[in-house]
Write a protein that binds this ligand. Structure first.
Ligand code: PBG
Length: 323
């Protein structure tokens, strides 16, 4: 079965994330998780955002839950020594991401929404999102590896695996693997419309995933491409079984968010990416101006048709009751 409408209805926390019209309920906080103990390292290009080890992250998120932040997305950050050509470390059940998800699921049950990034780029030596074979990213050899990573996240207990790699056919492969292994309530959030953008720079510092050669333009969308390609990407993902489709980046593509949300019948997410976050943090001279800028930006996402917003501003915005 490709489409299970019940996935987005599975828990009250999922229903609130997707259907509550308030900005507060729509927000997801991204996290960068590292190996070790007591690690809480601020990312230079993203003030207020940290790489954290499992122990610190569990405490941070327990605090977040108290302030009403219920939706959390995880990115693994690996040491260079753990990386290889096939990103094999990413699908190990013993990795910090899988461990933190397991602990949070035990602690918070169905009251938390846990989402995990599924891509190869944080675990491959060359930082590419797929397996490189004879100097090109080999789409079809990448798919089974993405499925291994997603299954490992599903075993840990995520609500949604988030496919950010932009390989063709990956949503269908992921859906089939999840079905085969009995994960019929695990959702897929697909980065359906992901542009080869210059706004991901700070993230690549945070996730240690800058490609050592070449770039991502053979799989991520050309920034000049038009609405029809965006709509086709999103529609293909919907037929392949995506439960939520995402547009990324957000600010330079709000027109695309509007077109896609008019065209597809599934919930739409936007990713307010690292470069957009860093711009606000650099431009706002104090908390008050930050609040005003973020408020204006989040309203624009809602107006464009976003149901769900992934943003590094989430913690400050929700804990200080800006929304
Ligand atoms: C991994 C991935 C990226 C982002 C999310 N998932 C980086 C990339 O594609 O290079 C970017 C997020 C951000 O900039 O905040 N493929």
């Amino acid at each position: 079965m490709n489409i299970r409408m019940r996935i987005n209805r599975w828990t009250e926390a999922r229903r609130t994330l997707i259907h509550d019209p308030s900005i507060r309920s729509s927000l997801i906080q991204p996290h960068f998780i590292v190996e070790g103990e007591g690690i809480n390292l601020e990312i230079e290009s993203m003030p207020g955002i940290f790489q954290q080890s499992v122990d610190i992250m569990v405490k941070t998120i327990a605090n977040d839950m108290k302030s009403g932040i219920h939706n959390h997305m995880f990115f693994p950050v690996l040491d260079a020594s753990e990386k290889d050509a096939m990103a094999s470390a990413a699908s190990s059940d013993e990795m910090p991401l899988q461990r933190v998800v397991k602990l949070l699921r035990q602690q918070f049950g169905d009251t938390i929404v846990l989402l995990s990034d599924v891509c190869l780029c944080t675990a491959t030596i060359d930082g590419h999102c797929g397996v490189v074979h004879e100097r090109v990213i080999d789409n079809d050899r990448t798919l089974p590896l993405l499925c291994e990573i997603a299954l490992s996240h599903a075993r840990a207990g995520v609500d949604y695996v988030c496919a950010s790699d932009m390989m063709d056919g990956r949503v269908l492969s992921l859906r089939e693997s999840l079905e085969r292994e009995g994960f019929t309530s695990t959702g897929i959030l697909s980065y359906s419309v992901k542009y080869a953008s210059a706004f991901y720079g700070p993230f690549r510092d945070a996730a240690a995933s800058t490609p050592t050669h070449g770039d991502r333009s053979s799989h991520q969308m050309d920034i000049r491409s038009g609405y029809s390609e965006a709509i086709l990407e999103a529609s293909l993902d919907v037929t392949e079984g995506a439960d939520i489709v995402m547009i990324k980046p957000a600010l330079a593509y709000l027109d695309v968010v509007r077109e896609v949300s008019n065209a597809v019948d599934r919930p739409v997410a936007v990713y307010n990416v690292s470069g957009e976050y860093s711009m606000v943090m650099a431009a706002a001279k104090d908390e008050h101006s930050r609040q005003k800028m973020v408020t204006e930006i989040f309203h624009s996402f809602k107006r464009a048709g976003a149901d769900v917003i992934v943003s590094y501003h989430t913690r400050e915005a929700v804990s200080k009751n800006w929304f």
